[in-house]
Design a protein around this ligand. Structure first.
Ligand code: HEC
Length: 459
């Protein structure tokens, strides 16, 4: 325990561990993660589970690992940042609360650590040349240059994905079926961010060129509690456009982690600056104990009601309207009403273990500051697979979906579920779909794979 504050639920206080837990690249933090229900505020992503119990790890430990990774990845980065993926050790998740004049009453403007990871679109280029160095600023698409010049803060990044399956699946102009539309008729925007380990592995092996992937055994580096090696971490995020006063459903921006960003609609060529609120976050990390990766997924607490228990009284949902009780549920937008709000419900309820863990962590965030924005987020669950099991079966839990990222893939049936789908369709690339984005594109685009198999395709 030396040098650490470990806080039990009952004694939760605003104690924060911001000491020197080791440099992210060279010195691994000492092993941490304690018997549930303890938690740790640390800007260091845990390297692995503490106990190597093979396929018999207990879900409470997995859930803690997921939450501790969430904390480290949503830790503020220095602003402006010069190195990607490095936390601001003088700060804390959600930002310090300093009452009084000039005190920080709002969230730090960001970015958080994962937001500084490299964007997939800056790694997989067409033609497939070596990407810019990891720390180089994100590129601005030509269609966004004017907007970028007028909005330098928002121009730190541009989102271009508005379907779960993007570029790789755009074999024709049919990719709009998987969009998710909020109560204001605005599309949800997605992005994929990759850490330095991912980037180094792809660049050193020149895998950004699809021809170099042929015949190669792809194995991304895993982190472990016994070596100094950091592991591969991938994040996929879903953002909603914050509803401003006067819109059909205005949002309270203090209830969301928000960011200013550019969004480029590639169907219309229109680029605009938007205030976005985080609604969904996939966090995937490879560790020695989880060679099939750990698949954690988080959501904003007010995304959608449970299908079994129904909408809760006095709750406004981001993707569900009580006034629309007859609307078809979990159905993609149609051609005739492309911007009609999607009526979303959670098909598989959040289990008790995750719910307990959520209550613990949400309360913990409040001890740092009562308005801590992260108390509005929850772990849906964290999926992992057996070391020796063939990909997809058996996974724990068997299926997992995020209502903002797998809106139309929630039923407990294959290939729904993280490992189920990534394991089935990206087995040759170590569960990674981004490698499939590498140019030149293969003739068999993913969309075709999904369509041929009669699986939930973007149409
Ligand atoms: C039905 C298939 C399917 C399911 C289910 C699915 N994914 Fe994915 N996922 C994809 C595809 C396809 C992409 C690539 C999308 C793109 O780049 O346009 C992707 C991309 C990702 C990425 C970006 C890195 C990568 O591997 O390409 C992450 C992280 C991710 N998914 C996590 C998850 C998690 C966590 C779950 C479960 C909660 C999940 N996925 C469920 C198909 C799926």
């Amino acid at each position: 325990m030396a040098g650490k504050y470990v806080i039990a639920a009952a004694t939760a206080a605003a104690l924060v561990f911001i000491g020197n837990a080791g440099n992210a690249q060279n010195n691994p933090p000492t092993i941490r993660q304690f018997d549930p229900p303890f938690y740790v505020f640390s800007p260091d992503v845990p390297r692995d589970m503490t106990a190597n119990t093979g396929t018999q790890v207990n879900q409470p430990y997995v859930d803690s690992l997921a939450w501790d990774a969430f904390i480290a990845l949503n830790w503020p980065a220095p602003n402006p940042f010069t190195q990607r993926g490095v936390p601001d050790r003088q700060n804390v998740i959600g930002g310090f609360y300093q009452p009084g004049e000039g005190g920080g009453k709002t969230m730090p403007a960001g970015p958080t650590v994962w937001e500084t990871f490299k964007d997939t679109n800056d790694i997989y280029l067409d033609p497939p040349v070596k990407p810019t160095a990891f720390d180089v600023a994100e590129s601005v698409p030509p269609a966004c240059r004017n907007v970028a010049a007028a909005n330098p803060v928002a121009a730190r990044r541009t989102l271009i994905m508005k379907t779960k399956f993007d570029d790789v699946l755009r074999s024709n102009k049919q990719a709009d079926g998987n969009r998710l539309v909020d109560q204001n008729g605005q599309d949800v925007w997605y992005e994929v961010k990759l850490n330095r380990v991912y980037y180094d592995y792809v660049v050193q092996n020149r895998l950004y060129d699809s021809r170099n992937q042929i015949g190669k055994t792809i194995a991304f580096p895993a982190s472990s509690n016994v070596t100094a090696a950091p592991g591969t971490i991938k994040v996929k995020a879903a953002w909603k456009v914050i509803g401003l006063p006067g819109t059909k459903q205005p949002d309270d921006p203090t209830k969301f982690y928000t960011t200013q960003a550019l969004v480029l609609d590639r169907d219309t060529g229109k680029c605009s600056q938007q205030l976005l609120g985080l609604v969904g976050l996939h966090v995937v990390m490879k560790t020695i104990i989880f060679p099939q990766w750990l698949w954690a997924t988080f959501e904003h607490v007010a995304n959608a009601p449970d299908q079994t228990s129904g909408p809760q009284p006095n709750t406004t949902y981001n993707f569900y309207s009580g006034a629309c009780a007859n609307c078809a549920v979990n159905t993609p937008p149609t051609k005739t009403q492309p911007q009609a709000p999607t009526q979303v419900m959670r098909v598989v309820p959040i289990d008790n273990l995750a719910a307990q863990k959520n209550a613990l962590y949400q309360a913990a965030f409040k001890t740092l500051r009562s308005d801590n924005v992260w108390q509005n987020y929850m772990l849906v669950d964290a999926q992992w697979g057996g070391k020796t099991a063939s990909p997809s079966i058996p996974n724990q839990p068997s299926f997992l979906a995020n209502t903002t990222l797998e809106t139309y893939l929630q039923a407990a049936t294959n290939p729904n579920g993280c490992i189920n789908c990534h394991g089935a369709f990206a087995a040759g690339t170590d569960f990674d779909f981004q490698l499939t984005n590498a140019y030149p594109h293969s003739k068999t685009l993913l969309l075709d794979m999904f369509r041929v198999r009669g699986l939930a395709s973007p149409r």
